[in-house]
Design a protein. Structure first.
Length: 82
């Protein structure tokens, strides 16, 4: 997907590895940010649009696609289908 970026929140303690995170962010080109949260009850990724802010952009770190859970990869692909 052209221009798709995935992010994780920058946390200083390093307690959570990228593979076990339950919150991710995505953005395509200059579009809006989306927050992805894993819901343990329904066992699915939930997505919501996030208001753009300079603070949000500064608090995110790029994540490699291959480090994302497979189920999240599928959900993101479905979300961004043209």
């Amino acid at each position: 997907m052209n221009g798709l970026r995935v992010y994780i929140e920058a946390d200083g303690d390093g307690a959570e590895t990228r593979r076990t995170r339950s919150v991710f962010y995505s953005r395509r080109e200059d579009g809006p940010y989306y927050r992805w949260v894993y819901d343990d009850v329904i066992r699915q990724w939930r997505v919501g649009r996030v208001m753009k802010s300079a603070t949000l952009a500064k608090s995110l770190l790029a994540a490699a696609w291959k480090t994302l859970p497979v189920t999240l990869q599928r959900s993101i692909v479905e979300h961004y289908q043209d």
